[in-house]
Write a protein that binds this ligand. Sequence first.
Ligand code: ARG
Length: 459
Amino acid sequence: MAQLWGGRFTKETDQLVYKFNASIAFDKRFYAQDIKGSIAHVMMLAKQGILNDIEKEKIITGLTGILDDVTQGRLKITDQYEDIHSFVEATLIDRIGSTGKKLHTGRSRNDQVALDMKMYIRDEILILDNILKNLLYAVIGIMEDNLDTYMPGFTHLQKAQPITLAHHMGAYFEMFRRDHERLLDIYKRMNTCPLGSGALAGTTYPLDREYTAKLLGFDGPTFNSIDGVSDRDYLLELLSALSIIMMHLSRFSEEIIIWNSNEYQFVEIDDAFSTGSSIMPQKKNPDIAELVRGKTGRVYGALNALLTTMKGLPLAYNKDMQEDKEWAFDAIDNVKGCLTLFEGMLRSMQFKKDRMEASAKQGFTNATDAADYLVNHGVPFRDAHGIVGQLVLLCMERGTALDDLPLSEYQKISPVFKEDIFEAIKLKNCVDRRITTGAPGLLSMKEALLVYRRYMEEY
Ligand code: ARG
């Protein structure tokens, strides 16, 4: 056991307490951020005359050596240290002697861990955002290939009105682009440097906080030292953004599972992204989509757990806050995995255009257009709705579609109908007349794609 704080203690820490308290098992993942933060701290201490240049060089060389050795696998981070901060400091002292003991001047583990976590999360946000970008490109690709792939649009999972697959995918593009903007927004708001907040009350050394903030790529230092060490809002914001990403992926997964079902057969998930059954030889299951849907609960759990951890904490730092890490790491790892797999599944998935179009032709998805036809010929909408309702009933009795009902039957219910009703309710026409902004008509969708392509160029 190697601890930084033995001085005022007369007994060894109980083994169980030590294990319970330790965080090295999970905070070792930000060793690089911890060391880079320390290097910036030392540069600032030297610039301010708190360390001399020889000490500075010695410490920085020592720290760089540790960073390289851990990264190359020459130095193992072991559980005999309480946390990553203790590991780095103890290893430094081991390697360069007592000069290493000056590293922690004007710093507390409270501002140190706040810094490490922010630096780690900033890096992860950029990685997440890049994976999201690939997914957005996959969605655009499907849109471009399916401007004339007609399918039923649903409400209440009942066939409602005809749309195209491009239009349906466009809805997901909108969701994922909001996710991208949320991530950027969080990055912008969290990008202030807590280093120099000390334990909670700053420090009596003449630290140059602006300088360390700049060295580490922050927009500036945090503005209140109590908040600097006790703020975990950015993690809650990230977990909330990740929860929303998972909610989007989960809805998409649910649709893919339905579309891939034997009854729908709108899509076929590629063999490489499906799994079989140990007993039923015919089965090909959409496990990836199901797992993505399933893991959503886990990410929501992380958000709930951290909100609950934070709700009763008095200012400033409390050890409870150590609990922020495993939740955040688990959520980030899972979302990265889900986004990547989902993209692969999507890119390799086959869309069965014929099945989609056939489905749109059944189920009276053009009934609204038949009513609109009457309205365009002067019938008030409410009456038109009633007339088409009667026609639908008649079709249902006869087992036919509106398209195949003879004109004479139309005219029995309303003489307003003429031969051109059949043009008006043709699937393609129903879709292509919808050209207001955001609608599925070809003109609107082409416009949307132009906007999306431009959006991606600036991503
Ligand atoms: N492992 C701790 C954490 O993650 C580091 C900060 C420890 N600070 C302290 N005062 N015990 O929060």
